[in-house]
Design a protein around this ligand. Structure first.
Ligand SMILES: Cc1ncc(COP(=O)(O)O)c(C=O)c1O
Length: 391
């Protein structure tokens, strides 16, 4: 008998990424409308594409470059952080450009932890955060949220142990669409400061707020610099998910650790992607705002349609990102429901179990990829499917 090289590894306990799992079922049912993946329907500003074109003939674009990010881009990010987020990097923080916000999170976890440490996530969590924590050999400690999916501050405080290294918040939130009030983010940030923890604030959806909701950056608080790690991304705002550019603002006493991590995992961000990012940031937020306004209309259509399901479907307020996270009154498990919706009604969503919600049938509806022409059809199928399967 042949010996197998394959042994147990740290990856065995890590959940499989849900998007490809659902994607496999979608591919078996042609014509399925996906409310599954968190992507936007628009691409980058033309200026970003032009910058890439120009970069291709520049020999420097094909070489290794600065590990922390191209100085011009880092400078532009620093101005953006000051103007839009009230984060003053000069007060003890540093910036690192990464291949997206997911990498920024992985870097942050590696920089602040040792194996066996604990990192607190609010539930529902973003699945890649849980996966990153496990891959780093740490434990994701999950803390329930309240009925609006906002952090429960007392529960967070109770979850802190001597092994806790950080509390993670995502606002606007994936998967719930909740936007946490400034007072809540302040309280989490203060809790972290007082207990000697990092506050990892994922602000990937900073521009995506609707109605009266406003985004707050905890890194703007007067004494936040020493313990706050703020994560941003160009993937959603600028329709640049494939270019893989995000950035991390971190306390500058972590610089030595961050440089080791970056040098080993990425060496330097992709230079042409950095040129695209710089051009996109020069165009700036108004480019994104136009699409976010359109998404606001689509969001309303989605919420109104789900509302017609009455008590079958409970949708807590979703004033941000591009998601809502309803609870369905059914005993079906969410993966079974997801599969039946695809096979019987040609519409896909993401089961809530992937986000740590195992106590009931929750699912995430992602509406960022919908346009007005497809939204009525997609949400119509979802509502009809839920009525038929669970009604
Ligand atoms: C909360 C959150 N963080 C990070 C990411 C990943 O972003 P990026 O493409 O910049 O890696 C996503 C993508 O869905 C997200 O929802």
């Amino acid at each position: 008998m042949l010996n197998t090289v394959r042994a147990a590894t740290r990856m065995d306990g890590v959940q499989a990424p849900i998007i490809p799992v659902v994607g496999d079922i979608i591919r078996q049912v042609p014509g399925t409308i996906s409310l599954g993946q968190g992507i936007v329907h628009y691409g980058p500003p033309p200026e970003a594409v032009e910058a890439v074109r120009n970069a291709l003939s520049d020999p420097a674009a094909h070489e290794y470059a600065s590990g922390t990010g191209h100085p011009e881009l880092v400078n532009r990010i620093s101005r953006k952080l000051a103007d839009e987020n009230s984060i003053d990097v000069a007060r003890g923080s540093a910036i690192m450009v990464t291949a997206g916000a997911n990498m920024a999170f992985m870097h942050a976890v590696l920089a602040i932890s040792e194996p066996g440490d604990e990192i607190i996530l609010t539930v529902p969590f973003y699945f890649n955060h849980e996966m990153a924590i496990q891959m780093a050999g740490c434990r994701a400690v999950t803390v329930p949220t309240d009925a609006r999916y906002h952090p429960d501050l007392d529960a967070l405080a109770r979850a802190v142990t001597s092994r806790t290294r950080a509390i993670v918040t995502i606002s606007p939130n994936n998967p719930s669409g909740a936007v946490f009030p400034e007072s809540t983010l302040r309280a989490v940030n203060t809790l972290c400061r007082d207990r000697g923890l990092y506050h990892i604030s994922d602000e990937t959806y900073e521009y995506f707020t609707y109605e009266s909701a406003r985004h707050t950056s905890p890194g703007s608080l007067p004494d936040a610099g020493a313990h706050t790690m703020s994560i941003f991304s160009l993937s959603k705002a600028y329709g640049m998910a494939g270019w893989r550019i995000g950035y991390l603002v971190y306390p500058d006493d972590l610089t030595a650790a961050m440089l080791k991590i970056q040098d080993t995992i990425l060496i330097c961000p992709t230079v042409v992607a950095e040129r695209a990012a710089l051009a996109a940031l020069e165009v700036g937020r108004p480019y994104c705002d136009r699409y976010v306004r359109e998404l606001g209309t689509i969001r309303q259509i989605v919420l109104d349609a789900l509302d017609t399901l009455g008590p079958l479907c409970d949708v807590p307020p979703a004033e941000g990102a591009m998601y809502c996270f309803p609870k369905i009154a059914t005993t079906l498990d969410p993966m079974t429901l997801a599969e039946r919706l695809i096979r019987e009604h040609k519409v896909a969503m993401t089961p809530g179990s992937a986000f740590g919600m195992t106590d009931g049938c929750y699912f995430r509806v992602a509406f960022g990829a919908l346009q007005r022409e497809t939204v009525a059809e997609g949400i119509g199928r979802l509502v009809a499917g839920l009525r038929a399967i669970c009604g």
